[in-house]
Design a protein around this ligand. Structure first.
Ligand code: FAD
Ligand code: ZN
Length: 230
């Protein structure tokens, strides 16, 4: 709906990839709905994935012994995080919905996207103690993990060789997003795009556009251990 803000965090090197097409479809469809869409194209931005000392500008809280979590927490409070982080945090703050678009790498997200999580979701900004999980600081936002796989849908069934696809959503959806208070919409998974016909891939893109049309009516999943492991 008009006025809603969406941040797409996108991790693929090749615009012509299926991930590139999925991202484009989302930008088009959501813009058509009147949403304002921001995109963080991580490879294009050459986003730094490493959690490093120079994420903190100026004096360290404890220069004797470096503690990344502690230092970024303190730096956030005094506005002393590096500008690339401040910029991403601003986008997250504005967004009603975060869409993560990526190819599955080793049962997880690509390192560059994991680095985005590591560096952007700083204590004090995304969570605090005891403000985590349902009372996380990013409550009232939604997240959606949209990704592609190499393995087939059958391989990612419960009892199959790769196990239920939901097992690998636990760290991303629950351990990161829910921890920060974000409510999670059902994931959108395109299985094995490299191993299906052109026709099937076209259908995948249509299905994504179709889902986005009614996305704002969706209820978040019940993000508890049962959803993942029952
Ligand atoms: P692409 O190869 O870009 O897409 C397939 C085809 O779609 C291409 O030919 C492209 O031209 C075409 N296409 C693009 N746009 C359109 C369009 N509009 N219409 C029709 N066709 C289009 N997989 C797993 O399952 N589990 C893992 O743990 C895993 N780990 C990995 C680790 C690494 C380091 C790597 C590199 C890969 C891993 N994979 C794994 C495989 C990976 O997930 C898949 O290769 C990836 O998801 C495929 O998506 P893509 O966008 O890169 O596909
Ligand atoms: Zn959860």
């Amino acid at each position: 709906p008009p006025g809603r803000k969406v941040l797409i965090v996108y991790a693929h090197q090749e615009p012509k990839s299926l991930n590139g097409s999925l991202k484009r479809v989302a930008v088009e469809e959501l813009s058509k709905q009147g949403c304002s869409v921001m995109v963080s194209d991580l490879y294009e931005m050459q986003f730094e994935p490493r959690a490093r000392r120079n994420d903190i500008v100026g004096c360290l809280h404890n220069s004797e012994e470096f503690n990344y979590g502690l230092e970024t927490w303190k730096a956030y409070q005094r506005g002393g995080l590096s500008s690339d982080l401040i910029e991403e945090q601003k986008k997250v703050q504005e967004a009603d919905l975060l869409i993560f678009q990526f190819p599955l790498y080793w049962f997880s997200m690509p390192a560059i996207m994991k680095g985005w999580m590591d560096r952007v979701l700083v204590q004090g900004f995304a969570y605090e103690f005891p403000n985590c999980y349902d009372s996380g600081l990013l409550k009232n936002k939604l997240a959606l993990f949209s990704f592609t796989t190499g393995g087939s849908k059958e391989a990612y069934a419960k009892g199959s060789i790769s196990g239920d696809i939901r097992y690998l959503l636990w760290p991303m959806q629950h351990g990161i997003m829910h921890f920060c208070g974000v409510r999670v919409l059902a994931p959108h998974i395109c299985f094995a795009p490299e191993h299906v016909s052109e026709e099937k891939r076209k259908e995948m893109l249509i299905a994504w556009a179709q889902r986005l049309k009614t996305l704002w009516k969706e209820e978040p999943i019940n993000c508890s251990p049962e959803w993942y492991f029952k």
